[in-house]
Design a protein around this ligand. Structure first.
Ligand code: DI6
Ligand code: FE
Length: 410
């Protein structure tokens, strides 16, 4: 018995064992108890199966619900004023010297109460859902003290109560040096390891720990200490690695068995090989590359050569990627980095699920996984990558429940 059956549809299952998109023409999906109970060609549908409700999809395409596996979508305020000033010649450094940049967002985020933070972040999450997202990762990193980092993580989890989406939370206390610790980065890392990580772990409000390993962030030695503490508390790790320079971040992430290393513009072959050996996914973030007008591209050919799974994400944040569209992210990955359509679609489905440690639960149309499905009004999957600024989502199904994410969630 199915609770809901989707029929008269083509499927891009994105199953790891399928070739390319794992296409099933004239397919059907049976859903029971929020999970995919059966999926396949309609001609092979079990004859004995009964169904409570049938949705005829009018020949539309069904894909797994999208997974945005790297966002900083929870924050207060925005930095449109800084963007405007930069267009008139101010540099990022000028703005930082005057207390702007990340610090401006830290001040606004510290000043906002938890409910206010949820209210300000909700439209960004709703925009992602309106393009078929059913799972989302959210990082902290604008609180930069234990209480405010915890407030951000709780706000992120509240969004999953308010909206039909799965949220995974990541502690990014090692994002920037808070003003109270100016000139004392090692003392701040001590504080993160001894105070923030234990408190967050005890509260059970983070799934993973991330750090910004960069000349303008934290050193590999400091990241190592953060990762060791995270591991001691049983938390997964991920890393902002090699975005602006090659500090060996990819290899460092791999050494700790990270779920993912993210950005990776400057990653060398040794780093890619280490990621392949440790099963660490590569998260490609074309939005930040575009918004910062960068020129150094991530080593896509090496990820292919070593079989490192590539995920794509928005990096939604107020400073370097004010982006809330995975459709546009896919177009950027294709046009800027040369990813194929199949790579783009895998990047926002099964590989993104892997980057969050959720490969067993979502990210492909497979029996036994959660019924997270997006129904698209397109004539072929490539249309989702090809168009710019057009949203053909018809409906979204989250955990077996159908909604119209395009109208109802702001
Ligand atoms: N890398 C970045 O580029 C952003 N964070 C990070 O780890 C910057 C975030 C911001 O400017 O607010
Ligand atoms: Fe980021």
């Amino acid at each position: 018995m199915f609770d809901l059956e989707l029929t008269d549809a083509h499927l891009a299952t994105m199953r790891p064992d399928g070739a390319g998109y794992g296409v099933v023409r004239d397919g059907a999906i049976g859903i029971r108890d929020g999970q995919i109970a059966w999926v396949g060609p309609r001609s092979e549908r079990p004859r004995s199966a009964q169904t409570r409700e049938t949705l005829r999809c009018g020949g539309r395409w069904l894909l797994p619900g999208f997974v945005d596996c790297h966002t900083h979508a929870v924050y207060a305020g925005n930095r449109a004023g800084e963007f405007e000033r930069r267009l008139h010649g101010a540099t990022y450094a000028d703005i930082a010297r005057e207390g702007g940049g990340i610090n401006a967002t830290v001040r606004a985020t510290r000043a906002a109460g938890e409910d206010e933070l949820v209210a300000q972040s909700r439209p960004r999450v709703a925009a992602l859902l309106a393009e078929g997202v059913t799972t989302l990762e959210v990082k902290s990193g604008y609180g930069l003290d234990t209480a405010n980092e915890m407030k951000m993580l709780r706000a992120a989890r509240q969004l999953a109560v308010a909206l039909p989406v799965t949220v995974r939370t990541t502690l990014l206390a090692a994002h920037a040096l808070p003003p109270e610790f100016a000139g004392r980065a090692d003392d701040y890392i001590d504080y993160v390891c001894r105070d923030t990580i234990p408190a967050v772990a005890a509260a059970g409000i983070a799934d993973a720990v991330d750090a910004f390993c960069e000349t303008i962030g934290f050193t590999p030695a400091q990241v190592r200490r953060v990762f060791a503490a995270a591991r001691a508390y049983g938390l997964e790790v991920k890393l902002h690695a090699d975005q602006l320079s090659d500090l060996g971040g990819a290899a460092l992430a791999a050494e700790f068995g990270a779920l993912s290393a993210d950005h990776l513009e400057y990653t060398n072959e040794e780093g890619v090989a280490a990621m392949a050996a440790s099963g660490t996914a590569a998260v490609i973030l074309p939005g930040a590359f575009y918004f910062l007008n960068e020129t150094r591209k991530p080593p896509i050919a090496l990820f292919r050569k070593y079989g490192v799974p590539m995920a794509l994400a928005t990096d939604c944040n107020p400073g370097t990627s004010p982006l809330t569209s995975l459709l546009l992210t896919m177009n950027m990955a294709a046009t800027l980095f040369g990813l194929s359509v199949a790579e783009c679609l895998a990047g926002v489905t099964r590989n993104a699920a892997q980057a969050l440690g959720l490969a067993g639960e979502t990210g492909s149309l497979t029996a036994g996984k959660r019924a997270d499905i997006a129904i698209w009004d397109v004539s072929r999957p490539a249309e989702l990558v090809y168009r710019i600024g057009f949203n053909p989502l018809h409906r979204r199904i989250f955990g077996g429940a159908m909604d119209d994410a395009r109208r109802s969630m702001r």
